[in-house]
Design a protein around this ligand. Structure first.
Ligand code: URA
Length: 210
C-alpha cells in the first residue's frame, strides 16, 4: 500500500455512513451498518495481500489460478469500539487470528490508558490490521500501534470508519509506515476531542451506553 491515507469513497460505504451519523439511528441499526461497512473496508485494506498461483483444473482445462500466498493475518480490535468492526471483517477473512488492545481515553487529558493486551503469537510474521472506528486525536491509535510494534509487529494497517485530520497527522508523524484506510476524513475535532461532524461516541452509539 503506497498511500498513507485511503478514503473508501464507494457509494454504499458513504450511504451507510450517513445513516450511522444520524442521531436518531438506533443502536441495533448502527451496529448492523457498522458490520456491513466493515466488510467493504476490509475489502480495501486487504487489496494488496500477496498473491501466487496454483495449478487447478476447471471442467475444461488446466490453468494457473490466482490464490492468496497465505500471509498470516491478525486482526487487532482496539477496545471497546473496535469490536464493532470485527465480525464483518471475519466474515470476509475467517482464518484471521484476533487480538485485543484495551485502551480507554481519559476524558480530561484525552490520553490513552492501557488495561488489556492479548494478541496472537508470531505477530512479526503476520499482516496486522488494527481496527478502531474513530481516529480522533490519534493518541490511542498511536499508543496501540506502539504496543503492537513492541510485541513484534512490522507489517501493520490501520482501519477506521471516520478520521479527523488531527489524528491522521499524528499517526503519520508517529507511524509513517502504517497505512490508514477509512470511510471518511471529517473536518476537525471539537474541544472535547470528538470528531466533527462525526457521529458522537462510537462505543456509546454501538452499545447504547452514555
Ligand atoms: N471517539 C468517538 O467515539 N467519537 C469521537 O468523535 C472521537 C473519539
Amino acid at each position: 500500500m503506497t498511500n498513507h491515507l485511503t478514503i473508501v469513497n464507494h457509494p454504499l460505504v458513504q450511504h451507510k455512513l450517513s445513516l450511522m451519523r444520524e442521531t436518531g439511528t438506533s443502536s441495533a441499526v448502527f451496529r448492523q451498518l457498522l458490520r456491513e461497512i466493515s466488510v467493504l473496508l476490509a475489502y480495501e485494506v486487504t487489496r494488496d495481500l500477496p498473491m501466487t498461483t496454483q495449478r487447478i483444473e476447471t471442467p475444461l482445462v488446466e490453468m494457473d489460478a490466482p490464490v492468496l500466498e497465505g500471509k498470516k493475518l491478525a486482526l487487532i480490535s482496539i477496545l471497546r469500539a473496535g469490536n464493532g468492526l470485527l465480525d464483518g471483517i471475519l466474515d470476509l477473512i475467517p482464518l484471521a487470528r484476533v487480538g485485543f488492545v484495551g485502551l480507554y481515553r481519559d476524558h480530561k487529558t484525552l490520553k490513552p490508558v492501557q488495561y488489556y493486551f492479548k494478541v496472537p503469537d508470531e505477530l512479526g510474521s503476520r499482516r496486522v490490521i488494527a481496527v478502531d472506528p474513530m481516529l480522533a486525536t490519534g493518541n490511542s491509535s498511536v499508543a496501540a500501534i506502539d504496543l503492537l510494534k513492541e510485541a513484534g509487529a512490522t507489517d501493520i494497517r490501520f482501519l477506521c470508519l471516520l478520521a479527523a485530520p488531527e489524528g491522521v497527522a499524528r499517526m503519520k508523524e508517529a507511524h509513517p509506515d502504517v497505512p490508514i484506510v477509512t470511510a471518511a476524513l471529517d473536518e476537525r475535532l471539537n474541544e472535547l476531542g470528538y470528531i466533527l461532524p462525526g457521529l458522537g461516541d462510537a462505543g456509546d452509539r454501538m452499545f447504547g451506553t452514555k
